[in-house]
Ligand binder design. Structure first.
Ligand code: AMP
Length: 283
């Protein structure tokens, strides 16, 4: 596996691969990889000749009171895991490489950021769309794989690619879970055993809502209340939101009617913010 640290070298390499007729599949990450990330890499491996993974903890998507300094990092371990997945190239730039002095340019997808995580994490999605645009320009992928775990991010990137005519196919991949159902996340490493147990209630509430939806319940207030009941059954789970929204526009729904909906949950357990979601749709 080749490790590339500069944008210029990555661009030249991508250009050469394209001229050779190779398809490039790309998985952007912030590192500290887990099975969820590796599932995306496997998907890219299936689809493309060349797999590029980026590891960059992007400062512009963290708010002033967020965890960038203590965000977990272990490049040696990440390298080993990516090698095992037969990754061709890891793009591993430093902060200066991505945001040199006098950096002024940002990309914004309006409307879709005014919901869910965008409300409490002001500016987060501008940071995401800006870094993803830069990475797309550097890696020049034909395909880019994103996880449904970060559902709002996925929807925003799909819209950005459509609106800005980026010639890239966005592939989405289902959420990979730990035993018991907790969605895998680099941030799970912060959880104590007791907090991890509480985290399982997020999945339990998702399963309960799915079950009620399958049984015909379409009133989102009733569905949300059931999720809330489960999450409130133990102390120490601070609910940020439980929303049932149109799966495309992310606007909240009163009833689920002929539309694909998404149940999205964000909560804080101790100091750790966890998110999860599921799509509610007629089978
Ligand atoms: P991150 O390193 O957290 O920025 O995530 C990088 C990519 O991995 C994003 O597309 C995430 O949606 C995806 N991802 C993170 N956790 C999971 C998971 N549990 N299952 C599937 N994809 C995931």
């Amino acid at each position: 596996m080749k490790i590339i640290e500069t944008a210029k070298e990555m661009q030249m390499t991508a250009e050469r691969l394209r001229l050779e007729g190779k398809t490039i599949g790309f998985v952007p990450t912030m590192g500290y990889l887990h099975e969820g990330h590796l599932a995306l890499v496997k998907k890219a491996r299936e689809l493309c000749d060349i797999v590029v993974v980026s590891i960059f903890v992007n400062p512009t998507q963290f708010g002033p009171n967020e965890d960038i300094d203590k965000y977990p990092r272990d490049f040696e371990r990440d390298k080993r895991l990516l090698d095992q997945e037969k990754t061709d190239i890891t793009f591993f730039p430093d902060k200066k490489e991505m945001y040199p002095d006098q950096y002024f340019t940002y990309v914004q997808v309006r409307e879709l950021e005014d919901h869910l995580c965008g409300l409490s994490r002001k500016g987060h999605f501008v940071g995401v769309t800006t870094i993803v645009t830069k990475l797309f320009n550097i890696v020049k992928p034909h395909y880019a794989v994103f996880g449904q775990k970060d559902y709002q991010q996925l929807i925003i990137i799909q819209r950005m690619v459509r609106d800005l005519n980026m010639d890239i196919e966005i592939v989405s991949f289902p959420t990979v879970r730990e035993d018991g159902g907790l969605a895998m996340s680099s941030r799970n490493t912060y959880l104590s055993p007791e907090e991890r147990e509480k985290g399982l209630l997020i999945y339990a509430s998702i399963k309960r809502v799915e079950e009620l939806f399958k049984g015909g319940e379409r009133n989102t207030n009733s569905l949300r209340k059931e999720a809330e009941k489960i999450l409130s059954s133990r102390d120490g789970i601070d609910i940020e939101y439980i929303n049932i929204s149109d799966a495309e526009t992310l606007k909240e729904l009163d009833y689920i009617q002929d539309k694909k909906a998404v149940l999205a949950i964000a909560c804080r357990i101790g100091k750790t913010r966890l998110i999860d979601n599921t799509i509610l749709t007629e089978a």
